[in-house]
Design a protein around this ligand. Sequence first.
Ligand code: APR
Ligand code: PHB
Length: 392
Amino acid sequence: MVHERTQVAIIGAGPAGLLLGALLARHDIDAVIVEHRSAEYVLARIRAGVLEQTTLDLLREAGVADRCLKEGLTHDGIELSFDGALHRIDFRALTGKHVTVYGQTEVTHDLMQSRAVAGLTTDYEAEDVQIEGFDGEHPVVRYVKNGVPHELACDFIAGCDGYHGICRATVPRDAITTYEKIYPFGWLGVLADVPPVRHELIYANHERGFALCSQRSKTRSRYYVQCSLDDQADQWSDDAFWDELRRRLPVDIAEAVTTGPSIEKSIAPLRSFVAEPMRFGRLFLAGDAAHIVPPTGAKGLNLAATDAGYLARGLAEHCLERSSAGLDHYSARCLARVWKAERFSWWFTSLMHRFPEAGAFGSRLQQAELTYLVGSRSASTALAENYVGLPI
Ligand code: APR
Ligand code: PHB
């Protein structure tokens, strides 16, 4: 048995756990990250990559923003596609703000790299991870690594282990309330080394279903089409995907799409989920462990980042200033922001997708709302200010 001790035990090395670790290191607070998967596995996951300014500020505070500032693409708006035409929402004109397109994989890579350079401990490939004692003064994390049991004593546990993690699942059922909505479709995504069709992202509402033209760089594109939950990614050939994507775009845009072999192809279900509260004694949930948004609007990574920011500040106040105010307010502060992002992501998803049960009436309402949205400065501003990120 290996006995260890740290101030904060972080479960999960996704963006929430890694960013929290980096922010705590800035305050000289000792933290160990315990991750179930290998570093290679964590880095191979393909996820959205639209960063709000607040997220960029937190990366800067953590000392890991250099590459993002150099290589990230500044986007001043998005385009909505419906009725065979594109309609631009101009974020800069409407809010004075922009977003930065930089893949979550790159964010994760930069955080891992800075952790390795600073010599901070991440225990990858930890098996049978369990947490105990967070309702008292002496929480403990137990896990097995290379067949050897470990016992990590700590002051606090940060549950950053995603939707399927063990932290939320360990909380007694009567202490937690969950809210969930499952959408009756998925997103089929393709990553390809082809130049993006447009300079900015296109969100398309089409009678055949939603489509999204996104990107990772000037030479790498990420495209999605709404698909059935019964579909299997490997049943979709690359050609079938490109054909379906182009059918859902205005003719001139469809003709301009550069196709190529897929590097990655996968189907993701869409879910809205919130667990309340986000604190249980000395256990704090952060990121996907506490909440999921559907990807329309790309809020998942940004919410994980703001949770990590609030938690790092609360822990720093506790450890350095002996004040519990930040930790006491952590759950309420996060949830106020989370529910606004839940509302926006649900609204944008509802506006852009075909819902089997909505019928022709539902589609006509969507068309009316889209026309209103692009024709009204106040409605466009409401979309823009949510997309670029509400103030913290
Ligand atoms: N023990 C240790 N680690 C675990 C366990 C466990 N029992 N279960 C899961 N994990 C790890 C996962 O392997 C993963 O690396 O926790 C990590 C959670 O990372 P994410 O799922 O990326 O969640 P989070 O860090 O909250 O980031 C949220 O990811 O899903 C996207 O859209 C979402 O962009 C958002 C971001
Ligand atoms: C992505 O690039 O993967 C992406 C971008 C925007 C979204 C969702 C996903 O709303």
